[in-house]
Ligand binder design. Structure first.
Ligand code: AMP
Length: 293
């Protein structure tokens, strides 16, 4: 059974009691419309802790596009039902005003004094394409950490740059421990995402080409190519075969050190990140090429 609270205050009070009993808390923040990718994080949180806690909150602060925010699926009751199958002890949701009772201005934006710097990992790529996105992520993740006070928080590698932002945030605030879990994919290779629900059957097949493109880059890496530009081109070549894609970026980064710009020279380690639009839906994915098979 998964307890469900629709107010932040109720969740906070319940969590206070659990912590008083000395229970170890694993926490998975989500925006809901849950799928196997989320449930994988929840199962791990349940395995490694006494309690797995999940937040379900579509955070308006991190949407730079109001249409995307409005179209984001909201399925809390169904989410709670799924969470019960994954060992989640408690799920909670709330409103922006409940999370930030004293920090919002009349337009519903965070007052400057309450902003949480997202750090250097927010520079470039998602940070450049979605102005204000990581500021919104940093603010809500910081507030969620404060609300739940977890021992460990679980995030997906699917949102690679977000995970870097959160790791930096947790380091600066002195916790919690952050675990980044592998991306869960469909059999076709398409990374699971709540946004996939907005794709037609044909578009889902097309979207699987994103993974094929990342794998083409992997093949080049495995064949010994180390030049960022050449690696990037091998991915782009595959993506360009699908004319329905509107590519925002294909980028190669050194996973040991986030840089806003592409690193120069031969790479020792590499992660490739892709963002593109398909039929009005924005999709992102990434693949570490240096990871052991
Ligand atoms: P979201 O609901 O999209 O904010 O995602 C909540 C958490 O689930 C984030 O840490 C995501 O990185 C993670 N996540 C989303 N999709 C996947 C996936 N396909 N595999 C693994 N983790 C995921």
């Amino acid at each position: 059974m998964t307890l469900a609270f629709e107010s932040v205050a109720e969740a906070r009070a319940w969590l206070y009691e659990q912590r008083a009993c000395g229970l170890r808390i694993g926490f998975v923040p989500t925006m809901g419309a849950l799928h196997e990718g989320h449930l994988d994080l929840v199962r791990r949180a349940a395995r490694e802790n006494d309690l797995a806690i999940v937040s379900v909150f579509v955070n308006p602060l991190q949407f730079n596009d109001p249409k995307d925010y409005a179209a984001y699926p909201r399925t809390f009751a169904e989410d709670v039902r799924l969470l019960a199958t994954a060992g989640c002890a408690m799920a909670f949701t709330g409103t922006l005003a409940q999370f930030f009772p004293h920090e919002l201005d009349a337009a519903g934006k965070l007052n400057a004094a309450h902003q949480v710097p997202p750090g250097a990992a927010a520079l470039g790529l998602e940070g450049a394409m979605r102005p204000g996105h990581f500021e919104g992520v940093a603010a809500i993740v910081d507030r969620l950490f404060e609300t739940v006070l977890p021992d460990t928080a679980y995030f997906g590698a699917k949102d690679y740059q977000q995970a870097q932002v959160v790791l930096g945030l947790a380091r600066r605030r002195g916790g919690p421990r952050v675990v980044v879990c592998p991306t869960v994919r469909e059999a076709s290779g398409l990374a699971l995402s709540s946004r996939n629900a907005r794709l037609s059957v044909e578009d889902r097949q097309r979207a699987a080409q994103i993974y094929q493109a990342l794998r083409a880059g992997q093949a080049a890496w495995d064949a010994g190519v180390r030049d960022a530009d050449a690696l990037r081109s091998s991915v782009l070549l595959v993506l360009q075969r699908t004319p329905e894609f509107r590519i925002e970026y294909v980028a190669v980064r050194d996973p040991s050190r986030w840089t806003a710009e592409e690193p120069h020279g031969a790479m020792q380690q590499a992660v490739c990140l892709v963002a593109l639009w398909l039929s009005g839906v924005r999709l992102i994915d990434n693949l570490r090429w240096d990871a052991p098979a």
